[in-house]
Write a protein that binds this ligand. Structure first.
Ligand code: NDP
Length: 330
C-alpha cells in the first residue's frame, strides 16, 4: 500500500518549471494540464471596499514572486486584486522574465455570479481586470449563491458548474474547479456532472488538516490547494480560542533550527509533504522569498507526527453569517 502510494505520488509529479530559485514541480491535473505545487496568495483580508494608498502592494509582491521563482498566483474577483496581479504578470512578460504559458493564474467566481447566465460576464470581467486572454484555473469560490446585499438566491451549484464547463470549452478557463465544497457536495457534483473538478481549494493548516477530505480527493484525482496555510501561527491573526501552536512554539523552533529554516517554512513544508498546494499570502519581499524556499529539505516521520498532532479541526475561515444558506458547506 505504502509503495503503491509512493509511486502514485512520484508519477503524478511531473515536468518542472525553470525558475531562478530552483525548479518548482507541478502536479498533473485530471484534465491533463499541470499545476505548480506552490503559489502566492493575494487576498488582503477583510479590508473595506475603499482602497488604501498601498494600492501597488500586491503588484509588487507578484513581481517579487515571479523573480523568486513562483509560477502560480491565486486571486479572486472579490479580493479586488486582479488588476494588480495582471499588471505584475504583464510587466514580467514584457520584460521577458516569463512567458504567459509559464504561469498558472487562478481566479474565482464570486457568490453573486452563480447561475447559467452570470458566469460568462463574471469571467470576462475578471479577464479584463487581469488583462489576460484566459486563466489557468477558474474556481467556484463558495457553493453559495447570494446577491451583493448578502441575501441568498436559489441557484444550485450544479447549474453554475455547467456554466463553468462552458467556460472551459470556450478556452477562457483552461481548467475548472471548486473551493469551499465539502465531501458530500463534491460527491454530488461528481455523480451528476460529466466533468470532474480538477482542483479543490480549501483551508488547510496545522489546526485544520482535513485528512478525510484530502484522501477522498486523492482517490478522485483532484488536486487540493491549501488556503490560509499559516492558520493561527501568527499571534496577530489568531483568535483567542485558537489552539496552539504559535510561531514561538519551542518544539517548532527546534525543528526549524535543525534545518536552518523558520517556523513558517516548517508549516509550509509539512503541507507540501501532504501533497497539498500551499498558497501563502505575503506582501513583504523577504517573506515572498522565504516562503518558497522549502524544497531543499525533508521532515522526518517523527516531526510529521508532531505536526499532525496539532490538527484540531479548527477553522479560521468560518462564515457563520451564511449558515442559513441551504448550500452552507461547514
Ligand atoms: P496566510 O495563511 O497565507 O497568512 C497570511 C499572513 O501571514 C499575512 O499577514 C502575512 O503578512 C503573513 N506572513 C506570510 N508569510 C510570512 C512569514 N514567512 N513570516 C511571518 N508572517 C508571514 O493567509 P491567507 O488567508 O491570506 O491565505 C492565503 C491565500 O489563500 C489568500 O491570500 C488567498 O489567495 C487564498 N484564500 C482563499 C480562500 C477561499 O475561500 N478560497 C479563503 C482565504 C484565503 P504580510 O503580508 O504582511 O507579509
Amino acid at each position: 500500500m505504502f509503495v503503491h502510494n509512493f509511486f502514485m505520488v512520484i508519477l503524478s509529479l511531473s515536468a518542472t518549471v525553470a525558475s531562478p530559485s530552483g525548479p518548482i514541480q507541478t502536479f498533473k491535473l485530471n484534465d491533463g494540464r499541470e499545476m505548480p505545487r506552490f503559489g502566492l496568495g493575494t487576498w488582503l483580508g477583510f479590508i473595506s471596499t475603499v482602497r488604501t494608498n498601498k494600492s501597488e502592494e500586491v503588484e509588487n509582491a507578484v513581481k517579487w514572486a515571479i523573480d523568486a521563482g513562483y509560477r502560480h498566483i491565486d486571486t479572486a474577483s472579490i479580493y479586488d486584486t486582479e488588476d494588480q496581479v495582471g499588471n505584475a504578470i504583464n510587466k514580467k512578460i514584457a520584460e521577458g522574465v516569463v512567458k504567459r504559458e509559464d504561469l498558472f493564474v487562478t481566479t474565482k467566481l464570486w457568490n453573486d455570479a452563480h447561475g447559467r447566465y452570470r458566469v460568462l460576464p463574471a469571467l470576462e470581467n475578471s479577464l479584463k481586470k487581469l488583462n489576460l486572454d484566459y486563466v489557468d484555473m477558474y474556481l467556484i469560490h463558495w457553493p453559495i449563491a447570494q446577491y451583493l446585499n448578502g441575501t441568498f438566491y436559489d441557484v444550485d451549484y450544479l447549474e453554475t458548474w455547467e456554466a463553468m464547463i462552458a467556460m472551459q470549452k470556450k478556452g477562457l478557463a483552461k481548467s475548472i474547479g471548486v473551493s469551499n465544497f465539502n465531501k458530500a457536495m463534491l460527491e454530488r457534483l461528481i455523480s451528476k456532472s460529466t466533468v470532474k473538478p480538477a482542483n479543490l481549494q480549501v483551508e488547510i493548516n496545522l489546526n485544520l488538516q482535513q485528512p478525510e477530505l484530502i484522501e477522498f480527493c486523492k482517490q478522485q484525482n483532484i488536486v487540493v490547494t491549501g488556503y490560509t496555510p499559516f492558520g493561527s501561527l501568527f499571534p496577530n491573526r489568531a483568535r483567542s480560542d485558537a489552539p496552539p501552536p504559535r510561531a514561538d512554539d519551542p518544539a517548532l523552533i527546534d525543528i526549524a533550527n535543525k534545518y536552518n529554516k523558520t517556523v513558517p517554512q516548517i508549516a509550509l513544508r509539512y503541507l507540501v509533504e501532504l501533497n497539498i498546494v500551499p498558497i501563502p499570502k505575503t506582501v513583504t519581499k523577504s517573506r515572498v522569498e522565504q516562503n518558497i524556499d522549502i524544497f531543499d529539505f525533508k521532515l522526518t516521520q517523527e516531526e510529521r507526527n508532531l505536526l499532525k498532532s496539532y490538527d484540531k479541526n479548527y477553522r479560521t475561515i468560518e462564515p457563520k453569517m451564511w449558515e442559513d444558506s441551504p448550500y452552507y458547506p461547514f
